[in-house]
Design a binder for this molecule. Structure first.
Ligand code: ZN
Length: 242
């Protein structure tokens, strides 16, 4: 492998390692979905608690309603029985009955409202449970996919890192440190392909002298404009060993 090809391979490896690092950083492991599912779970717990309270209220209202109805019956029977003789007693009992009727209305209203709230809440809980279940399934898939991708990427990283470790000692230290400086300064790209007499790193035409020199692939040239190392792919039919 010629120096030009080794440098080019190093650039390929480093670019790919950059991509892998960035993909690993942005890998969706479902944090957002997990947060949403937790929030929904919390909401469901609060709603279930409300359902329990409502059921208790309904039970209480039903009991009190029954009690009130019994009292109303009792006073009506008392009035009808003719056992109360005094006008004042009658008046008092009638007042009591009015009071009880008002209370009964109140309880019936409260009971109805609670029943309606219970019905809509139970419907809502049912729907939210389905959404939560679906979110959890999605989350599981997402995590499995992320884990799989993580595996693939880290394996590739190990492979490339070991190839890089073998490649680096075959490149002159001075060239290597210039390569690293270029990469740091020029968005990670220190070795540019030559295409149609141009450096693809900066899109500036190369001098004919540089181009002539590049045709001998044993030479290492840099772009006069951006300073990148230049890579000329081997010509397919000149019998040159890559
Ligand atoms: Zn250039």
């Amino acid at each position: 492998m010629k120096l030009m090809d080794r440098l080019h391979r190093l650039q390929q490896i480093d670019s790919r390692l950059d991509e892998i690092r960035s993909e690993l950083q942005t890998l969706d492991r479902g944090e957002e979905l997990s947060k949403k599912a937790d929030e929904l779970d919390q909401a469901l717990k609060a709603q279930s608690e409300e359902v329990r309270n409502l059921r208790r209220q309904i039970k209480d209202a039903e009991l009190e309603l029954e009690d009130t109805a019994n009292k109303i019956n009792h006073f009506r029977q008392l009035l009808n029985s003719g056992r109360i003789r005094s006008g004042r007693e009658v008046e008092k009992t009638e007042k009591e009955l009015q009071e009880l009727a008002r209370r009964k209305d109140q309880l019936e209203d409260r009971l109805l409202a609670a029943l309606e709230r219970l019905e809509s809440l139970e419907k809502k809980i049912e729907e939210e449970k389905k959404i939560l279940e679906q979110s959890r399934r999605e989350l599981e898939n997402l995590r499995a996919r992320a884990q799989e991708r993580y595996q693939v990427l880290t394996e590739e990283r190990v492979r490339l890192t070991s190839e890089r470790q073998e490649l680096v000692p075959t490149i002159d230290e001075e060239i290597l440190s210039r390569y690293e400086r270029l990469r740091a300064r020029l968005g990670g790209l220190a070795v540019a392909h030559v295409e149609k007499g141009m450096c693809t790193g900066c899109r500036v035409a190369l001098t004919s002298q540089t181009l002539r020199s590049l045709f001998n692939r044993d030479n290492l040239e840099t772009c006069e404009n951006c300073g990148r190392y230049l890579y000329l792919p081997p010509a397919p039919h000149n019998g040159e060993e890559p």
